[in-house]
Design a protein around this ligand. Structure first.
Ligand code: FES
Ligand SMILES: [Fe+2]
Length: 441
């Protein structure tokens, strides 16, 4: 720190912009982070984006084409035809696979060359050429792809929050010209909820999110969580927000007001921050709706879809003055530079979550590079992956040392959410409620 210059008007000494941190931000084929991310199923598009024409998409720096053939199978291939490189976005979707428009080479969805019509019968080309293709899976309106080494393909992950029967869902996909990591780590920066979403330009979500909070962080079997605890009237409210490594996140009820008791209320979003390339990110997932998540009827499902969602500040296109007067997540994340430069940051106590998330990712990336090992989540009795994002609101009278009560309450809710992960939904509610009654009732 000896070269730190703290004199007034010191701009002259702070002009250099060092390079970004490539270990965590670069994602193209062959990069350490890119190879780690490729070991997991990644959402690549909403199923309703795939119409009768091929869809050109870009994921992890690879130009791809996604299509549904006439027999209903989805195909995901490298965009440039293996023959002489014409784009398959101009290809002809067939009963089985896709045909390049330039010379008619016809590929099955797995990339095998079915026909090369300009070649003589018996030409060896049919056995010698494949078009690069990836396995895909359509799940609840989202197309997921596995872009890693074929012999390492994991089972498709089904998360517990995808299987709740009292909840409706809609898919969404939002893109942003910013590196994936700064979009992802925003979810472990709960301090910004108070400032950006409540104090800076007025309340953007529930008014209770503007109440000062106690924040702690904890490892979970899937990555990490932050624990936010607030006092709202006679209640304590603990929200746990989980990061599902490598790039998944869940968020509690958007408009939560903590007005009455609730135990283990699940999530308003399950989403992934998928790198399009090093400087563009797609946030894609499900927005969940239920009376419990939204008792005041503030959700607008009709606004949820491609480049649109029903809460402010997540997309491009607002008038510049409005962006300046009421900035949201989009404005802050994009304006951190195309790839945020960690070497220029002054991370402090309130950035512990961001540092923790980077450390976890760095450990995973390095371990994957060194050993080829990418940890996969364990399954519960329903063959689902238990997750850790929830809200618990419990009536507790004021006490002399309210900070200490809030801290203990938050920790105990988080402990119990983690420890109950071998149970299914209804039992986890009972376990957490029993803990609240016994220890805080
Ligand atoms: S470039 Fe595709 S068939 Fe020739
Ligand atoms: Fe935010």
């Amino acid at each position: 720190m000896s070269d730190v210059n703290t004199q007034p008007f010191a701009g002259y000494f702070y002009r250099d912009v060092p390079a970004e941190d490539p270990e965590l931000t670069h994602v193209e084929p062959g990069t350490v982070c890119g190879e780690y991310l490729r070991r997991y199923w990644q959402p690549v598009a909403m199923a309703n984006e795939v119409g009768d024409l091929p869809l050109a998409i870009r994921i992890l720096g690879e130009n791809l084409v996604l299509f549904r053939d006439h027999s209903g199978q989805l195909g995901l291939m490298h965009r440039h035809c293996a023959h002489r490189g014409a784009s398959l976005e101009f290809g002809i979707v067939m009963e089985c696979g896709i045909k390049c428009c330039y010379h008619g080479w016809h590929f099955d969805i797995d990339g095998r060359l079915i026909d090369a019509p300009a070649e003589p019968l018996g030409s060896p080309v049919r056995n010698k050429v494949v078009q690069g293709a990836y396995p895909v899976r359509e799940e609840q309106g989202i197309v997921f792809a596995y872009m890693g080494p074929p012999d390492k393909k994991p089972d498709f992950p089904v998360f517990d929050t995808m299987c709740l029967d009292d909840t409706e869902s809609k898919t969404f996909s939002l893109s942003m010209p910013a590196n994936w990591l700064q979009v992802y780590e925003n979810t472990q920066d709960p301090v910004h909820v108070l400032h950006l979403h409540a104090l800076s330009s007025g309340v953007q979500f529930g008014a209770a999110s503007g109440v000062e909070q106690l924040i702690e962080y904890r490892d979970t079997p899937l990555g990490m969580m932050n624990i936010q605890t607030r006092r709202v009237g006679d209640h304590l409210w603990t929200r746990t927000t989980d990061s599902i490594l490598p790039n998944g996140n869940q968020t509690g009820a958007i408009w939560e007001e903590a007005e009455g008791k609730k135990i283990f209320q699940r999530v308003s979003m399950l989403r992934w921050m998928v790198p399009i390339d090093n400087t563009n990110t797609m946030t894609i997932g499900w927005r969940y709706f239920s009376d419990k998540l939204d008792p005041r009827g503030q959700d607008t499902p009709s606004m949820v879809g491609k480049e649109t969602i029903d809460f402010m500040g997540q997309t491009a296109g607002r008038p510049y003055e409005e962006q300046q007067r009421e900035p949201g997540d989009y404005e802050v994340q994009v304006s951190q530079r195309p790839i945020a430069v960690h070497a220029l940051e002054h991370r402090v106590t309130s950035d512990r979550g961001v540092s923790k998330l980077r450390n976890l990712l760095r450990q995973r990336v390095r371990s994957h590079t060194d050993t080829g090992d990418a940890p996969m989540p364990k399954l519960n009795a329903a063959q689902q992956i238990s997750t850790y994002c929830q809200d618990t609101v419990f009536p507790v009278g004021e006490v002399e040392d309210d900070d200490s009560l809030m801290r203990t309450f938050g920790r105990r809710v988080a402990d119990t959410v983690i420890e109950s992960d071998d149970q299914l939904h209804e039992n986890r509610i009972k376990t957490i409620e029993a803990m609240c009654k016994t220890e805080f009732g």
